[in-house]
Design a protein around this ligand. Structure first.
Ligand code: URA
Length: 411
C-alpha cells in the first residue's frame, strides 16, 4: 500500500480510505512497526557509521516558542556528543527550526548528505533540513492526512516521526513530547501513550529512545517568532536566558549526554551542561556551526544583526491581578497573523516579526501594564493579532498553580 502510493500506482483516494480506517480502528503494535518499516523503505537511510562515537538526535513534537533545538544542539555538542539534527519548517502555528535558522543571514539548511557529514565532522554538530530522499512516503501521506483530518492519530503520528528519526541515522534519540494547548498533544494521557509508542518503535529498530513529557501550558521562554527566538536562544547559550527555557534545555541535554555515553546519570549531565553554559562553550560551538553552514557568525555575538521589525506594538492589561493562564495556541495564531508562520505551504515567513511576552504564568499585573509586545512589519492583520494576544491572557485575583516543566521521562 505504502510503496504503491509513493510510486503513484495507488491513488490518493485509496490511501485516504486506509488512513481514515486507521484513524477509527487504530493499529496494533505489530501493524505500527510494519507501517514504520514500510515508510523507511521508501527512501534513503543516512549512514553515519563512519563517525566515531554514539550519534544522538533529538526531536520535539513542537510547541509555541519552542527553540530548544537552537540551544541544545550546540550545547550538547560542546560536551563531546555528535549531534546530527534534521529539522522541519513551520506547520500550523508552531514555527519550524529551519525558518528560525534562516533568519541568520547566509545560514544554509539545504545540505546534501555529504555536506552534512562534512559539517558534522568539522564541528561535531549540524543543523539541517531533511537531507536526501528520506521517507518520501511520509511527505505524501502527511499532506493527505492534513487534508483528510487524519493527523491526530497516535500510530500514524508515531510512524511518521520515528520513520524519519530512524532514517536520519542517529544511534539514539531523545524525544521531547509537549503536553498542553500550545503543543500537539493537549492532555497528558495521550502524550504518554504517544511517547510510549515511539520509545517502543525505537527499540524495535535497534535505536534506543527516551521521551521527556514537557509542559506546553504556556509558551516556552518569552519569544515567539523566528529571529526573536534565535536571539533568545543565543541569550540562553550565554547563560542569560529565561529560567524555563534554560531549565528544559539542561534537562533534555542531560538525557542527550546519557544517550551519548558521556555521563551515567541525569544529575551529572545537568551539572556538566550548566558549567558549559557558564563558560560560553555552547555559544562558541554555535559560532562554529553558523560559520560552517555559511551564516554570518558575528550574529552569535551581536544578535542586533538579525532582522528587526519596523514597529513595536504593546498589548496592555485591562485588569489587575495574577496571570492565571496564557493560551499558547492563541499567541501562536497571533504570531502567524503577523507573518511569523505559514497559512499555506507556499507562504513566505517574515523572519523579523513575532511576539515577546512581558508576563508569564503567576506574574502580578496592574491595569495598563504590558502583557506582550508585538513586532510588526505589515498592518493588515494587526488588530486581529492584538485582540488574540490580549485574549490569550487570563487575569484573576488568585495566583495560579504553576504546572511542572517536566511531567515524566519514559525510557
Ligand atoms: N510530526 C510529524 O512529523 N508527523 C506527524 O504525524 C505529526 C507531527
Amino acid at each position: 500500500m505504502v510503496d504503491g502510493h509513493t510510486g503513484g500506482s495507488i491513488p490518493d483516494y485509496q490511501m485516504a480510505s486506509f488512513l481514515m480506517a486507521v484513524f477509527f480502528q487504530g493499529l496494533n503494535f505489530a501493524e505500527t512497526v510494519a507501517l514504520t518499516r514500510s515508510y523507511i523503505n521508501t527512501g534513503d537511510v543516512v549512514d553515519l557509521a563512519s563517525f566515531p562515537g554514539i550519534k544522538v538526535d533529538k526531536h520535539s513534537t513542537g510547541g509555541v516558542g519552542d527553540k530548544t533545538t537552537l540551544v541544545l544542539v550546540p550545547l550538547v555538542a560542546s560536551a563531546g556528543v555528535t549531534v546530527v539534527k534534521m529539522s522541519g519548517r513551520a506547520l500550523g502555528f508552531t514555527g519550524g527550526t529551519l525558518d528560525k535558522l534562516e533568519s541568520i543571514p547566509g545560514f544554509r539548511v539545504d545540505l546534501t548528505v555529504s555536506d552534512l557529514k562534512s559539517v558534522a565532522r568539522r564541528t561535531g554538530a549540524v543543523l539541517a533540513g531533511q537531507t536526501g530522499d528520506l521517507v518520501p512516503a511520509d511527505k505524501k501521506i502527511y499532506a493527505l492526512r492534513d487534508v483528510t483530518g487524519t493527523v491526530e492519530c497516535l500510530p500514524l503520528i508515531a510512524a511518521s516521526i520515528m520513520s524519519k528519526k530512524i532514517a536520519g541515522g542517529a544511534d539514539r534519540i531523545v524525544l521531547d513530547v509537549k503536553v498542553g494547548p500550545g503543543g500537539f498533544m493537549a492532555d497528558l494521557d495521550r502524550a504518554r501513550a504517544l511517547a510510549e509508542m515511539m520509545v517502543a518503535l525505537g527499540r524495535e529498530f535497534g535505536r534506543s529512545a527516551v521521551a521527556v513529557l514537557s509542559s506546553m501550558q504556556q509558551p516556552l521562554g518569552l519569544a515567539i517568532g523566528n529571529a526573536l527566538e534565535v536571539r533568545e536562544a543565543l541569550l540562553t547559550l550565554s547563560g542569560r536566558g529565561p529560567a524555563d527555557l534554560t531549565e528544559l534545555c539542561l534537562q533534555l541535554g542531560a538525557q542527550m549526554l546519557i544517550a551519548g555515553g558521556v555521563v551515567a546519570d541525569a544529575a551529572s549531565g545537568y551539572d556538566l551542561l550548566a558549567g558549559k553554559l557558564q563558560q560560553g562553550a555552547g555559544l562558541a560551538k554555535m559560532r562554529e556551526i553558523v560559520a560552517a553552514q555559511g551564516g554570518l557568525a558575528s550574529v552569535v555575538d551581536n544578535p542586533d544583526l538579525l532582522p528587526l521589525a519596523a514597529a513595536l506594538v504593546v498589548v496592555r492589561s485591562a485588569g489587575s491581578g495574577y496571570v492565571q493562564a496564557i493560551k499558547a495556541n492563541e499567541l501562536g495564531w497571533a504570531s502567524l497573523l503577523l507573518g511569523a508562520g505559514r497559512m499555506q505551504k507556499e507562504d513566505q515567513v517574515d523572519p523579523a516579526v513575532g511576539i515577546t511576552l512581558s508576563k508569564k504564568l503567576g506574574d502580578r499585573v496592574a491595569p495598563g501594564e504590558a502583557l506582550a509586545v508585538l513586532y510588526v512589519n505589515r498592518k493588515n492583520n494587526l488588530q486581529e493579532a492584538e485582540r488574540r494576544t490580549a485574549e490569550a491572557f487570563t487575569i484573576g485575583e488568585t495566583p495560579p498553580e504553576i504546572p511542572p516543566l517536566i511531567y515524566e521521562i519514559i525510557s
